[in-house]
Design a binder for this molecule. Structure first.
Ligand code: UGA
Length: 432
């Protein structure tokens, strides 16, 4: 059944939801208060780099089922309104819900009674119950947290692992109507209470963070005992209870979600008087990991972990927080780069998704071979698969010293070794 869907917020989650629900056959109006963005989107110009998103937005505009507006009044006849607003890290790590609350306060004056209010934003535990109370029976509230990875948002929306719907028992029919919006996806649809839906979202992101911190510390241990984290991770991942994903060490977990959601879950536990110290440990390990990568780079270049980098040229492959995106928010790669710059290193970087860095501590170039020019070392900081396919002989010839620190265990040590590079990975070489 074709439904009229309103989306508030044309950010990453809102735009993906708007485009995908249009693709699933619904009539969608997406409201954003940034009018220049609204104009751009109505012209089919999408600035968020997500595979498939521009095409879906253009298809939706073309068939007349998707439109963007700056006027919230255009929500007056929708059957559903999806709240896709940022809930950034606020004071002491709590999620800041002020923007969400401001919008919610306007809804009774905008919407027709019976319209279902769907929270897609990641909201603190208790928000669904609070909004249900404040909006009353005329505007039933359903929590429907998003589980969209950057770089895979459209795919994750259209082929989700699960669709989670949290509502109070009285709003169960509204939750079933939200489920029907997703049409024929084969995903398991799970109806639950609002707090469980909210907690499931935080708990999933924090668990992924724990998993990465676990493998990062394990990599350190591997170096000490001469084990190889690539084997250890693979062997752990063969256990179906553990699974192979998120077991690759790196400079740490970052981005706009894992750090904020892990901190918020820790605060949620503190408010409840529950000791969730394991999250605090994961956060500490994550902060240490950046420093550990910097030490490893110093050691690879100078022979000692506190050697001076003053005036030394280093070429960086990757700056984004992960491959497949140009997102620099809370990027461990960028944090490592900044620390190297503070130590006096002269940095050139190439990242397929990044054009510039503010402030300008790193010179970003558009050609991976330029970063190698006269470099004392190359450092892989983001796991772009295409870095494997580079001409490593050509890179070796351009460097001053053929040293590569692979902080993502991305490269094949044999291939780069044949090109003449001295290779250092994470958790792969004893005492490096
Ligand atoms: C994350 C979740 O994976 C999504 O399910 C969720 O919907 C999203 O947050 C959100 O809340 O909106 P994303 O921020 O795109 O998605 O990032 P991830 O793919 O989860 O990666 C997180 C970090 O872990 C990255 O810095 C990545 O490089 C790091 N990582 C991941 C590793 O260091 N090693 C691994 O093996 C895997």
């Amino acid at each position: 059944m074709v439904e009229r869907v309103g989306v508030v917020g044309a950010g990453y989650v809102g735009l993906t939801s708007a485009a995908c629900f249009t693709h699933l056959g619904h009539q969608v109006v997406c409201v954003d208060n940034d009018l220049s963005k609204v104009d751009e989107l109505n012209r089919g110009e999408v600035t968020i780099a997500e595979p498939g998103l521009t095409e879906l937005v253009r298809d939706g505009l073309g068939c007349g089922r998707l439109r963007f507006t700056g006027a919230p009044e255009e929500l007056s006849d929708v059957d559903f309104v999806l709240l896709c607003l940022p809930t950034p890290k606020g004071e002491n790590g709590d999620a800041d819900v002020r923007l969400l609350d401001e919008v919610v306060a306007t809804l009774p004056g905008l919407l027709t009674p019976g319209c279902v209010v769907v929270t897609k934003s990641t909201v603190p535990v208790g928000t669904g119950a609070r909004l249900t109370e404040s909006l009353g029976p005329d505007l039933p509230v359903v929590g429907n947290p998003e589980f969209l990875r950057e770089g895979h948002a459209v795919e994750d929306f259209l082929q989700p692992d699960r669709v989670v719907l949290g509502s109070v028992p009285g709003n169960r029919t509204a939750a079933e109507r939200v489920a029907a919006l997703y049409g024929e996806t084969n995903a398991p649809v799970w109806f639950t209470d609002p707090a469980s839906a909210e907690l499931a979202k935080y708990a999933s992101n924090a668990f992924l963070a724990l998993k990465v911190s676990y493998v990062n510390v394990l990599a350190e241990l591997c170096e000490h005992y001469g084990a190889d984290i690539r084997d250890v991770g693979r062997l752990m991942g063969l256990d179906s209870r553990i699974g192979p994903a998120f077991l690759v060490p790196g400079p740490g977990w970052g981005g706009s979600c894992l750090p904020k959601d892990t901190a918020a879950l820790l605060r949620t536990a503190e408010h409840a008087g529950v000791d969730f110290g394991i999250l605090r440990d994961a956060m500490k390990a994550n902060a240490r990991q950046r420093a550990a990568v910097v030490r490893k780079i110093r050691r690879a270049i100078t022979g000692v972990s506190d050697g001076s980098l003053s005036g030394i040229r280093i070429g960086l492959l990757g700056l984004a927080f992960k491959a497949g995106t140009g997102d620099l928010r809370d990027s461990p790669a960028l944090a490592v780069a900044r620390e190297l710059a503070r130590s006096g290193a002269v940095l050139t970087a190439y990242d397929p998704g990044v054009e510039a860095v503010e402030p300008d501590t790193v010179q970003v170039v558009g050609d991976p071979y330029l970063v190698a020019k006269d470099a004392a070392a190359l450092v892989v900081l983001t796991e772009w698969p295409e870095f494997r396919e580079l001409d490593w002989d050509r890179l070796a010839a351009a460097t001053e010293r053929a040293v590569v620190v692979d902080a993502r265990n991305l490269l094949d040590p044999a291939t780069v070794g044949e090109a003449g590079f001295v290779h250092t990975g994470l958790g792969t070489d004893p005492n490096r």
